[in-house]
Design a protein. Sequence first.
Length: 131
Amino acid sequence: MVVLFFSELETIIMDNEVDFIIGSSMGGYLGYHLGSKLNIPTLLFNPSLTPNKIEKPKVSCMKNEIVLHTVILGEYDEVVNYQGTLNYLIEVHANFDYVLMKIGHRTPFEVFVNCIELSETSECPICYIQC
């Protein structure tokens, strides 16, 4: 079912003028792969890119070293291992910036809003995010 959802999201993105993809956890997984495939920058909160408790479908992975993925990682995340995520992004040669924050898997609303607002006002949102 999630593979079908991925295809539907891809169609929606291709049919509309999407400039930026935001996702968290499984949404970060989908956002990462959609952004890579469609060459759209992303803002990802604890993306579930490596094996963990979250069951993920296999999707077509596109190697993309150009599109920027801005990644917010939780140091205390008990679902998504931040070091595994960093290792994955390095291994696939992703173009990414990241911030390691003192948060768990669920991103506090204030952090989420702050990151979204900063991403709208800066070419490099990661430079302005405070841990």
